[in-house]
Design a protein around this ligand. Structure first.
Ligand code: KG4
Ligand code: ZN
Length: 335
C-alpha cells in the first residue's frame, strides 16, 4: 500500500510517499524559516500563504522523487491538528481535493501521533515503551502500548521545551528558530558554569514546566547586561541553559520508563535533534538497562513521512474518515 502524506501544521510544507508502512520513497520538506526569521517567530498569516504557494510543488516533487504518479497512490494521510488553523486548512483542502478527484481513502491524523510513530520509520521499536515527544509546541510523555494505543502520562504546564530554547535564543538575539543555534554554541561552553533551576525535576509526576527556567535565564541576562556578554560567556550560558533542559527531560523520561516497567524509550519531535539530549538519553538510558531509540534528525522535526505512517496503520485497519469532505482543522487536538 502506497500512502501520500501531507503535513502543513506549522511552518514546514511537507509531503512524503511511503510504501507498506516502512519504505520512505520520498520525504520532501520545504522550510519557511527564512520568511519568519525577521519577525523572531512564526507569523500565522505568512505561514498559511506560503503553504498555499508551496503545497502543489512540494507534493509534485514528492511524487516525482518517489517515481510514482497519483495513479500509484492508494490513500491520502493528512495532518488535521493540532497546529495553526490557517496552515492546517491548506494541507487538508489539497488532500480532500486529491482524494475526491481520485476516489482515494482519506484519513486525518493527529500531528502528535505522527511524531510518536516517527521512531518506527528508523527501525524496529520494542513495545510497550515510553516515548517523549518534545517539540516547539509540546513536551509530552506517553506510555505506548502498541500502534494506536497511547496513554498520556504528562505534559508541560506552560512552555514546551522547544519554545524555551527559541525564547532564550531570542533574548540573546540569536535568531529564530533558536534551538539549533543554542545547541551549536553550547558545544563550546561549560554546562556547569551557571546553575539554572530544574523545575519539577524532583516531582514524582510526569509533568514539566519550563517557563520558570526561561525567566531565570532572562533575569540572569538582565543582571549581567546583554551587551557585556562575551563570546565565551555566551557559550557557557547556552550550555548551562541547555544542561538544565536536558537533565529534566532525561531524568523524567527514564524515571517514567522504570516506573512503568518498560524496556525501551524513544524520543521524537524537533528538540530530539539536540546533540546533548541525544548523548545523555543514550548514555543514561543504556545505563538504566533501557533500549534507547533516537530517530535521525530529519524524522524528528516536522515531516510528512511520519504522517503517512500513522495514516498507513489507520487505513490498514479500515479506519478512513467516513465523511472525508467534512474533515476540519483542529488547532487544539489532544492525543
Ligand atoms: O517538531 P518541530 O519541527 O515542530 C513542532 O512541532 O514544534 O520542532 C521544532 C522545535 C523548535 O522549537 C526548535 O528550536 C527545536 O525544535 N529544535 C531544537 C533543535 N533543533 C530543533 N532544539 C534544541 N536543539 C536542537 N538541535
Ligand atoms: Zn511537530
Amino acid at each position: 500500500m502506497i500512502i501520500l502524506g501531507i503535513e502543513t501544521s506549522c511552518d514546514d510544507t511537507a509531503a512524503a510517499v511511503l510504501r507498506d508502512g516502512h519504505e520512505i520513497m520520498s520525504n520532501v520538506i520545504s522550510s519557511q524559516e527564512a520568511y519568519h526569521a525577521k519577525y523572531g517567530g512564526i507569523v500565522p498569516e505568512i505561514a498559511s500563504r506560503r503553504h498555499q504557494e508551496n503545497i502543489i510543488p512540494v507534493i509534485s516533487e514528492a511524487l516525482e522523487r518517489a517515481g510514482v504518479t497519483l495513479d500509484g497512490i492508494d490513500g491520502i494521510s493528512v495532518t488535521k491538528g493540532p497546529g495553526l488553523a490557517g496552515s492546517l486548512l491548506v494541507g487538508l483542502n489539497v488532500a480532500k481535493a486529491i482524494a475526491y478527484s481520485r476516489t482515494l481513502p482519506l484519513i486525518g491524523i493527529n500531528h502528535l501521533e505522527g511524531h510518536l510513530l516517527a521512531p518506527h520509520l528508523a527501525g524496529e521499536v520494542p513495545m510497550p515503551n515510553v516515548t517523549l515527544v518534545v517539540s516547539g509546541g509540546h513536551t509530552n510523555l506517553y506510555h505506548v502500548q502498541g500502534i494506536g494505543s497511547y496513554s498520556l502520562l504528562g505534559g508541560t504546564r506552560d512552555d514546551a521545551a522547544g519554545e524555551a530554547f527559541d525564547k532564550v535564543a531570542k533574548m540573546l538575539n540569536l535568531g529564530y528558530p533558536g534551538g539549533v543555534v543554542i545547541d551549536r554554541l553550547a558545544a563550546e561552553g561549560d554546562p556547569e558554569a551557571i546553575r539554572f533551576p530544574r523545575p519539577m525535576l524532583k516531582d514524582e509526576n510526569h509533568e514539566f514546566s519550563f517557563s520558570g527556567l526561561k525567566t531565570a535565564v532572562r533575569n540572569y541576562i538582565v543582571a549581567c547586561g546583554l551587551e557585556t556578554i562575551t563570546a565565551e560567556h555566551l557559550h557557557n550560558l547556552a550550555a548551562s541553559f541547555q544542561e538544565a533542559v536536558v537533565e529534566i527531560l532525561v531524568k523524567k523520561t527514564i524515571r517514567a520508563a522504570r516506573q512503568l516497567g518498560v524496556n525501551a524509550l524513544a524520543v521524537c519531535g524537533g528538540v530530539a535533534c539536540n546533540s546533548r539530549l541525544r548523548a545523555h538519553m543514550q548514555e543514561q538510558g543504556s545505563a538504566a538497562g533501557l533500549e534507547v531509540l533516537l530517530p535521525p534528525p530529519v524524522l524528528c522535526t516536522d515531516n510528512a513521512a511520519m504522517i503517512a505512517l500513522a495514516g498507513f496503520h489507520r487505513i490498514s485497519r479500515g479506519e478512513v474518515s467516513s465523511f472525508p469532505f467534512d474533515l476540519n482543522a483542529s488547532s487544539r487536538l489532544p492525543l
